[in-house]
Design a protein around this ligand. Structure first.
Ligand SMILES: Cc1cc2nc3c(=O)[nH]c(=O)nc-3n(C[C@H](O)[C@H](O)[C@H](O)COP(=O)(O)OP(=O)(O)OC[C@H]3O[C@@H](n4cnc5c(N)ncnc54)[C@H](O)[C@@H]3O)c2cc1C
Length: 478
């Protein structure tokens, strides 16, 4: 690995949503010792470091303009696997795809996954991600038994519920600001088949959507809603719920084949016909107001036809629906994609989400996708974002032509969220303002985060475009 500074080594890195990018000096350590050497170089040169897993954050969380980016994707070994108890030891660059593919045939599955399988385990821990089963399973970090992190001074700390337990609850979720996770021990979830039993339900408005999510949250392992963001009036917030549970019939052995990779792999052709790799072209064609209205109306009509229908689906197919269309973000080029995801306590959710959907309609900026989830609080972590409530994720095209209007709309949405005592999620953020971030985090969380930063990274080496954009005070402490 070259540790010299050479402007020719500057590389362009993109946010996953392709709404922003930055040139950085890229380092790709293969061992913890190589990582420590980069920290030492940063200390000598005063150049900051952003950590990067698989670069799947929608915005600027893993970018660092004209400074160092340390990408962990080459530290990607599964170092120990115990099929007897489902405990796995991994380096941080292991992707969720690598993980489930390694363990599923032994009857184990990662208990919390993102909507894409291409995230890294280190990135999932650093953002403390949530899945469609957040109400039942909590966040990613709840399934970490132990991790090791290298702090910017070069020392390693081992963290578990009993050892350095304060850092065990602080480093996950703190978006790479306190230390670099270099090894993790995870507890996977026992499964008896590679299937989930899914029930689809249509809901005529937002109130029913929220009610259905709530009603099914205790009886199902997963519950997630799609909203027709084009609908208005009495149909505002109408959509479809999918409630799913791990399939464990009396004769599960009859379904043993479902644990094989060939049963889980996503199809190369959609509906058995269209090559999946070109499907983004179809999405691109529909990525305009009339197209979105038509697609939403057709999807809602099909949701009504499917109402009450129960079927079996592979775990990979259910969890990684977004991966059915490889590279679907190409449908948003050249401006990219911005997601606005807000987390709102249950008491305030109906009113706030009605306001959000109405604001989008008034601004004539239709979300291309709107997804609703139910959450359990994650207050045990230093930087928490999940309340006892719901989240609504709204995807927008960040076209140059409408970018200014979108910026205005996003600021308006943020104010609605703050007024409803809501939270934001840095893994998805691209547009939040520092004042809004502070208002949503609250003074106590911020003070605690600053104290942790001072303790773990007093020389302020860990930074990112996102941290400087949202919490500049983190980097300007005495
Ligand atoms: C299509 C799609 C669907 C998604 N669905 C979901 C979802 O359902 N739920 C959800 O919660 N998120 C979801 N996400 C967001 C994604 O899970 C998070 O952004 C996740 O952090 C990405 O992991 P990564 O490995 O790509 O990390 P990166 O994006 O590379 O980095 C994320 C953060 O982690 C830090 N980091 C990375 N590695 C380390 C490390 N080893 N030690 C310390 N810090 C580190 C980085 O500095 C950065 O702040 C989705 C993203 C996409 C693209």
């Amino acid at each position: 690995m070259t540790l010299a500074l050479n402007s020719a080594a500057l590389q362009m890195l993109h946010a996953w949503g392709e709404n922003t990018r930055a040139r950085s000096y890229l380092h790709q350590p293969t061992t913890a010792a190589e990582l420590q050497a980069v920290f030492a170089l940063a200390q000598r040169t005063g150049i900051s470091i952003a950590l990067r897993g698989a670069g799947q954050s929608y915005g600027d969380a893993a970018l660092n303009s004209e400074q160092f980016v340390v990408c962990l994707s080459q530290m990607n070994r599964i170092t120990h696997w115990s099929p007897a108890n489902g405990v796995v030891e991994v380096e941080p660059g292991v992707t969720l795809a690598q993980l489930w593919r390694h363990c599923i045939s032994d009857g184990w599955w990662p208990p919390v996954v993102s909507g894409t399988m291409f995230t890294s385990v280190g990135g999932c821990a650093a953002m403390n991600i949530h899945g469609k089963n957040n109400w039942q399973a909590g966040n990613f970090a709840q399934h970490i038994l132990e991790f090791t992190a290298v702090l910017p001074a070069g020392n390693s700390v081992r963290c578990s519920r009993t050892e350095n337990s304060d850092l065990f609850h602080a480093i996950p979720g703190s978006f790479g600001m306190l230390g670099c996770i270099t090894a993790l021990r995870l507890q996977l979830k026992r499964i008896h088949t590679g299937l989930v039993s899914v029930t689809a339900l249509a809901a005529p408005n937002l109130q029913t959507m929220l009610q259905l999510l709530d009603e099914h949250k205790d009886s199902s392992d997963y519950v997630v809603g799609w909203i027709d963001a084009a609908a208005g009036g009495t149909g505002l917030g109408r959509g479809q719920i999918h409630a799913a549970s791990y399939y464990n019939p009396p004769y599960a052995a009859l379904h043993a084949r479902s644990l094989l990779l060939q049963h889980q792999d996503l199809p190369a052709r959609l509906f058995g016909v269209f090559p999946a790799r070109y499907a983004w072209l179809g999405l691109r064609l529909a990525n305009n107001a009339p197209g979105l209205r038509l697609v939403n109306a057709l999807k809602y009509a099909s949701a009504r036809l499917q109402h009450g229908h129960t079927y079996l689906q592979s775990l990979a197919g259910f969890n990684f629906l977004l991966d059915y269309v490889p590279d679907w973000k190409r449908a948003y080029r050249p401006g990219g994609l911005i997601q606005h995801q807000s987390f709102i306590p249950k008491e305030n959710a109906l009113n706030a989400y009605q306001q959000l959907l109405e604001a989008c309609k008034n601004a004539r900026l239709l979300p291309t996708l709107a997804v609703l989830k139910r959450h359990q609080p994650d207050a045990q972590y230093a930087l928490s974002y999940c309340p006892d409530g719901y989240s609504l994720a709204l995807d927008f095209s960040a076209r140059v032509r409408t970018r200014q209007r979108l910026t205005t709309l996003l600021a308006q949405l943020d104010q609605i969220v703050v007024a409803a005592q809501g939270r934001f999620y840095f893994a998805k953020d691209s547009a939040l303002h520092p004042a809004t971030a502070r208002a949503s985090l609250g003074a106590a969380t911020l003070t605690n985060l600053m104290a942790l930063k001072q303790r773990c990274d007093p020389e302020n080496l860990l930074q990112s475009n996102l941290s400087r954009r949202l919490l500049p005070e983190l980097h300007s402490m005495e």
